[in-house]
Structure formats: C-alpha cells, structure tokens
Design a protein around this ligand. Structure first.
Ligand SMILES: [Zn+2]
Length: 583
C-alpha cells in the first residue's frame, strides 16, 4: 500500500461562489478571520431581507471557517509523521477557535435583536432560534478560558493513552495493535494479551485519575458560572437536548435493566457454552471485536481496498441507486482515504467539507470484517451530508447526533442482507449474527457509560474510592454478571478509564442508544417493504437539521422513542432474527 496521501484540497471549489468572504483570504490567520466577523457584526440590519441576508452571510463565513478546520484536521490525521501538519492544526485550534467564540456570541445576539424587530417565518427558523437563544443563555466569557484548559487536559489524556505500548512476543506494540491477539481462538494467548494491556493501563491509572479530577472540577465551575447546579443540567442544554430529559435517560437505564440485560445473560451463556469454559473472563469477549465462539479464524471479506470499495458500491446499489451514484462520485473526486498506512492516525471518521458541501471519509482498512462495517457506517454519514446539500443555512446542513447516527447505523443495518457480496453462506450468517449480537451488548454498555457519567456530575467533589465503588455498582447493574472478574479488582474498578468519551466528550453517549432505536426501526421497516423504508429514510436525511428531532425521525418513517416498550419490541425482533441466523 502506498505511503503517501494524494489529497489536494486546493482544487476544491465552493458549492456556490463566495459573496461575503473574499476569495483570497487566509482563514488560518486569526486576525483575518476576526476582521471578517467584525465586518459582519457591523453590517446594519434594517429589514427582513437584510436579516435573511445576514443569515446567509454568516452561513458562508461559518462554512468557510469550518472547512478550513476540517482540511487541517484531515491533513494531520492522514499523515501524523509530518509534524508541520500537527502544528498547523494546533495553531488553528489555539488561535482561530478561541478568537471566534465571543464573536459567535455577538452574532447570536445581533441575530436575536434583529429578529425581535423583523420577525421571520417562525416554523422555518424555529430550530435556529431555539438553539441560538440557548447558546446566548449559556455563554460566559470566563468559561472560554476554562474550556481551553479542559481541551488541554483532553490532549494530555490522548497523549497518555496514545503512547501506551507493551512488549509482547518480543516486540513493542501499541494497544490497538494488541487488539488482534485478544481475538485469537487460543484462550491463553487472549488472556496474556489482555493482561498485558490491562497492566500497562494500570501504570497510568493515577495520572488518568488526576486528569479526570481536574476536568470534573473545571466542568463543575463552568456549570456554576452559567447558573446551573451541576454539569449534567448544564450539558443537557449545551448539547441542545430539547426533545428528551435527564429523566428519559434514567428510564432508558431502567428499561435496559429489564429488557436488555436478560438478553445479554442468555447470549453470554451461549458464548460460555460454545467456548467450553466454566466462566467468561473479560478476555473472552470484546464487544467491538468479538472473538468467534466456535474458534473459527477471523472473517476475511477482502484483500485490497479496491475490492472493499467495489463490494460496498454493490451494497449501496442494492440499498438505493442514489447512494451508489453518490458513493461513485466521492470515489472519483478523491474523497475517500481508506487504506491503513504508516503514519495515519487510527480509527475512522466522516468529515464534511462544509463550503464545498462535500463529505470526506477517512478509514484504516486492513481486510477485516469491521472495515466493511466502518465503511457502511461512514458512508451513511456521507449520504446524510449530501442529502441536504441544497439547504442554504449552514446550521441546517447537519442534524443533531441522535439522528446523524440513525443515518450511519441505519445504513449498516440496511446493508447487512447484502453482505453476500463479500461472503459465502456460513460466513454471511456469522457476520450478520455478530452485528445483531453486538447491538445487544452496545445497548447495555451505553446505559453503563451514561449512568456512570450521570453519577460523576451529580456527585461533585467525590473521592476516587467513591468513584470506583460507583463504577462497580453501575457496571454490575448492566453487565448481566456474565463476566468473571475474580482476581482483577483493580482492573475492574478502573475499566471505565479506557472509555475516551468520559474524558473527551462528557455526557455524550446516550445519543447512540437513541439512534440505534431509530436504526433498528428502519431495519424492521425495510424487512417489510425495502423501497418504502429507504424512500422515507432519504426524506428524513434531506431535512438536515432544519426540524426538531421527533420530526426528523417521523419524516424517516420512525418514532423518536427509546422507551421500554420500543426497546422491548425491537429486541424481540432482533433475537428472533439472530436465532434464524444461528440455526
Ligand atoms: Zn457515526
């Protein structure tokens, strides 16, 4: 595989010619960006049409700056060995981003002031107005500095996690690299590899606890500054969670306990039997990369990235000809960087090039089944971005995460019947069964992480020991007791430290459960009537973020609902399908 990326963003054209942002401006220069914001702030608004023009100018400016940020991020992650790319990105994050935060607040206020004098059509601007009102309500200049400190602590967490290596089988290896040994059919290999990683993590446990303590205290201060009792309440507003409450999340936790945990227990018991062991140990199952209980070698869907693309192109064609066309266009425009190569950052993502209104997909494909799932997932995000390409308002060209993940998880599920382009019968059943089983585990894991985060922020000033006890209580509540942690007390009580969201994206996780409920409904709809389900899905995607969550779901033929009844119904269908695949 080649060792250089061939990205050339200089040829990227804006979706429509710039009218407000000058052609030649350097958007990595904070003072240039600031003066554009100031120009927009000074522009008078004395009529409805000027107010509408203000929104369009702001959209153009936001999209251009957002795209600059995206390009720097993409370039850095595509080649981390090139230090100048990391410096360029860091420079942007440290100069441009904090400089525009207070100016965004001023623009918000200018918009709301003008809106009082020149009312706009209320339905069209309902979402924008409620988001803006909340942002103004929450903005505190003194929090900008605290948020920057929080960001720096996040970088420290990433540095510590990223530099963890273990010596294993005579070689120094990163923890992601060790993942493949934890998939080994040979149980002693799995155990050794798991223990090596866990011991390495424990060496930095105190440092990671330190970072979290500092983060928690900063976050509590941020919430207090903005007039809230705790960060949980603050963050709900900051994430614009208008359509569900803290109580709804608690009800989700209860529903998982009642409906998902019993399913999890049964799946765990089947696994234990197939693996022929007395108890399941933590190295016997990793939810993201499950070891095959029948000790078969890992699935091998493709040899080359070209074959991966060709296979997924066929799957998209079966889902919808529109998706197939869009995927082909991304490929021919150089918007897919899929192969793993030296120097590339780990993981996968879809990023929008907001001014060109084009999506970009980054991955690290090596030939595993999860590479196929990842491409289906990220392509779902890309189809979502392309569906609202004609929307003039930047803020409406992306949906809330709760619905974005319906697009991606939904595409994974819509694609699953067509995985036959990669597999023969028995492998096909195995791949699909793994996917469905994985969903059961994930729903329980989401409840675990969400409930733990609620606890963290509702108990400010707690001690490390109290935190460990809380984690153990919560983890035991949702894991169905399927794992035997005996002799691993430290490993167990600090297991949460590897969940990066707790550090980097506080309280962000419940979104995946809400979206999974949408994706499963889409999957059920498609089993009944594929074309009708996909057509509705595409209608929902086309709305971007222009409507509240329940309406986005509704347009896609889905209910915005993560209550016990819905979970129970969907889990039932899932378990029936799973049983068929395992017959
Ligand atoms: Zn996603």
């Amino acid at each position: 595989m080649d060792n250089v990326d061939t990205l050339d963003f200089s040829k990227l054209k804006p979706y429509q010619p710039r009218k407000f942002v000058p052609q030649a401006v350097d958007l990595t220069d904070a003072s240039a960006v600031v003066s554009l914001y100031e120009k927009l702030l000074e522009k008078p608004i004395t009529s409805v049409s000027q107010l509408e023009q203000f929104l369009l100018d702001r959209s153009e400016l936001n999209a251009a700056v957002f795209q600059q940020n995206a390009i720097l991020y993409i370039l850095m992650t595509c080649q981390t060995l090139d230090k100048s790319r990391a410096e360029n990105y860091k420079h942007f994050i440290e100069t441009v981003v904090p400089a525009i935060k207070p100016l965004e607040d001023k623009l918000d206020r200018k918009f709301m002031d003008a809106l009082r004098k020149y009312p706009l059509e209320s339905c069209r601007y309902e979402v924008l107005t409620r988001n803006t009102r909340t942002d103004i309500e929450l903005f505190r200049q003194e929090n900008v500095e605290l948020q920057k400190q929080e960001e720096l602590l996040g970088q420290q967490y990433q540095t510590i996690i990223g530099s963890m290596t273990v010596d294993y089988q005579g070689k120094s290896r990163t923890l992601p690299e060790m993942g493949k040994f934890i998939l080994e059919p040979d149980r002693t290999v799995r155990q050794d590899a798991w223990m090596a990683c866990a011991s390495r993590r424990l060496k930095d446990a105190d440092a990671l606890d330190d970072i979290l303590d500092k983060m928690l205290s900063l976050r509590h201060k941020i919430a207090k500054n903005a007039g809230f009792d705790n960060y949980l309440q603050y963050k709900f507003k900051e994430y614009h969670r208008f359509d569900y409450t803290i109580e709804d999340c608690r009800r989700y936790h209860e529903a998982v306990e009642q409906v998902v945990v019993p399913a999890l227990k049964a799946l765990g018991e089947t696994r234990r039997r197939l693996l022929k062991c007395d108890t399941l140990r933590p190295w016997d199952f990793d939810m993201r990369n499950p070891v095959d209980p029948q000790a078969r070698p890992p699935l091998k869907p493709f040899e080359t990235v070209d074959r991966l693309k060709a296979g997924c192109a066929k799957i998209f064609a079966k889902i919808s000809p529109v998706f197939a066309e869009q995927f082909a266009l991304m490929d021919s425009s150089g918007l897919l960087d899929l192969p793993n190569r030296k120097g590339k950052a780990p993981g996968a993502y879809q990023h929008s090039l907001a001014e060109a209104r084009k999506p970009f997909i980054f991955a690290n494909a090596v030939g595993k089944h999860s590479d196929v799932e990842t491409l289906l997932h990220e392509a779902g995000h890309a189809f979502h971005a392309m569906a609202s390409v004609d929307e003039p308002l930047f803020a409406y060209r992306h949906a809330p995460i709760e619905f974005c993940e319906v697009a991606s998880m939904g595409t994974e599920l819509l694609g699953s019947p067509f995985l036959s382009v990669f597999y023969q019968d028995s492998d096909l059943h195995r791949a699909r069964a793994e996917q469905l089983e994985g969903i059961v585990y994930v729903l329980a894991w989401i409840a675990t992480i969400d409930a733990f985060q609620h606890w963290l922020y509702e108990n400010p000033g707690h001690s490390r020991d109290q935190r460990k006890q809380a984690w153990l209580r919560i983890h035991n509540r949702f894991d169905g007791g399927i794992f035997d942690w005996s002799g691993l007390d430290n490993e167990h009580s600090l297991f949460w430290q590897q969940q990066g969201h707790i550090y980097l994206n506080p309280l962000y996780y419940i979104e995946y459960a809400i979206a999974q409920m949408g994706a499963l409904q889409l999957w059920v709809n498609a089993m009944r009537d594929h074309n009708a389900a996909v057509n509705a899905f595409r209608k929902g995607l086309a709305l971007g973020g222009s409507r509240p969550l329940p309406e986005l779901f509704q347009a896609a033929g889905l209910r915005f609902d993560f209550s016990k009844d819905t979970i129970s119904r969907l889990i039932d269908t899932l378990l029936k399908e799973l049983a068929k695949l395992r017959d």
